[in-house]
Design a protein around this ligand. Structure first.
Ligand code: NDP
Ligand code: MG
Length: 388
């Protein structure tokens, strides 16, 4: 990388945010920190801001502002609090912004970063699921560069011939299958949040870990892929690959298939976006194919994991359905993590909310957010009826 790159990280205290900062911390001269944001973790944000010295640190929780400014007193780092302040931080004009807030809470900030026309490294899949059309339209209008961070989409981005999209026949998303790949429905009924959060290959935040266990993550990724790459729904396949070594594949019309491989470490796709269009060194484990020995593949089981079919149907129906799917899932996952519903109830809640809500297609971000609010309300009511 040549010129110094100015960087903002939305969701700095999370798993993706910290992995991004880990890479930046190994080569600090190349980056100039503009803003770091967090939701509620003031101590984490103070510690990161003291170490990485951004111009601005923002906490979503307004009640935590004084703790943030006390923690950063004497450093010269500006502080702010509240959802609107995070949106403003996203518009602070950094060359490169990481969108790593979890859930639709990240939608407005990601959109503001796209409006600025810079480079957006995009991890926050829920925003793209809820408002994919609108976000892609803004990116096209402002000329912003959208670089996928999600490992599958990053793999596809690396293999996809963007100059000749017509030469691509299909893309194949790989799925690890999560921690319950071999469990029966009956066994899954009793799993605890701690078991669901313990992913066999990747270390991630709680919400996405549960999504991996239900396979909703792959459903959200199907919708994400649909928006990021110019292919129809039928040209996106999913294959379960338990080792998480092949991160996804692109098949061309001549039968050639290109894949991106690597250790299951998010710092690899993050580094790709951080250095793009160049490459940078990472401390990540190197792939040792001989040590791995063999790679396995199987079809996803949509009967044991109904979330995948729900996501596919929501994408096929289009309109407000993907936003409803996402909102209901966020409530389902949160309810499960608080031990208020069982593991299998997550997809059941999503299915019921999708059946109960049928608003018209959104035409603006405010309409998406209204659909999101309504669907969350219905999901909370439905989740409340499940006894656990
Ligand atoms: P984490 O839960 O680890 O981190 C989420 C971040 O978002 C934290 O900084 C958190 O702040 C912040 N946040 C949460 N709620 C709000 C809010 N209401 N307002 C402002 N900030 C908020 O999540 P991950 O890092 O695992 O995931 C981030 C995104 O990246 C998700 O969309 C996920 O699907 C996607 N992703 C993650 C991967 C991974 O390996 N982890 C892989 C591929 C995609 P605080 O710490 O203060 O709560
Ligand atoms: Mg992924």
């Amino acid at each position: 990388m040549s010129a110094r790159r100015s960087v903002t990280i939305l969701g700095a205290t999370g798993s993706v945010g910290r992995s991004t900062l880990d890479l930046i911390g190994r080569d600090p001269e190349r980056f100039e920190m503009v803003a770091l944001t967090a939701g509620r973790d003031v101590e984490g944000l103070v510690e990161l801001a003291r170490r990485f010295r951004p111009r601005l640190a923002v906490i979503g929780d307004e009640g935590a502002h004084s703790r943030l400014s006390d923690g950063l007193a004497g450093t010269g780092i500006e502080t702010a609090a509240g959802a609107e302040a995070i949106v403003e931080a996203a518009g602070s004009g950094a060359d490169w912004t990481m969108a790593a807030i979890v859930g639709t809470a990240g939608l407005k900030p990601a959109l503001r970063a796209l409006e600025g026309g810079g480079t957006l490294a995009f991890a926050n899949k829920e925003a793209l699921v809820s408002a994919g059309e609108l976000m892609m339209r803004v990116a096209t209008a402002t000329g912003a560069t959208l670089l996928p961070v999600d490992s599958e989409h990053n793999a596809i981005f690396q293999c996809f011939d963007r100059e000749r999209p017509g030469s691509v026949r299909r893309i194949i998303l790989t799925a690890s299958g999560g921690p319950f790949r071999e469990r029966s429905r009956d066994e899954m009924r009793r799993v605890t949040p701690a078991e669901a959060v313990a992913h066999p290959n990747w270390s991630m935040g709680a919400k996405i870990s549960v999504d991996c266990a239900t396979l909703m993550n792959k459903g959200l990724e199907l919708i994400e892929a649909y928006h990021l790459f110019p292919l129809g729904i039928d040209a996106i396949d999913i294959v379960v690959h338990p080792q998480s070594v092949i991160h996804s594949l692109v098949e061309y019309v001549d039968g050639s298939v290109l894949a991106q491989l690597g250790a299951p470490d998010m710092r690899i796709p993050i580094a790709y976006t951080l250095a793009w269009p160049d490459r940078m060194e990472t401390p990540c484990e190197r792939l040792d194919l001989v040590k791995i020995g063999s790679l396995d593949f199987e079809a996803p089981d949509e009967i044991r994991f109904p979330a995948l079919g729900l996501a596919r149907a929501a994408l096929a129906q289009g309109g407000a359905k993907p936003a409803i799917l996402n909102a209901a899932n966020e409530i389902g996952v949160a309810s499960f993590l608080e031990s208020r519903i069982g593991f299998l109830d997550i997809a059941a809640v999503v299915g019921e909310v999708l059946a109960a809500c049928d608003p018209p297609a959104p035409t603006s971000i405010d309409e998406v957010l209204e659909i999101d609010r309504q669907a969350r309300r219905v999901a909370a009511e439905i989740a409340g009826k499940f006894s656990f």
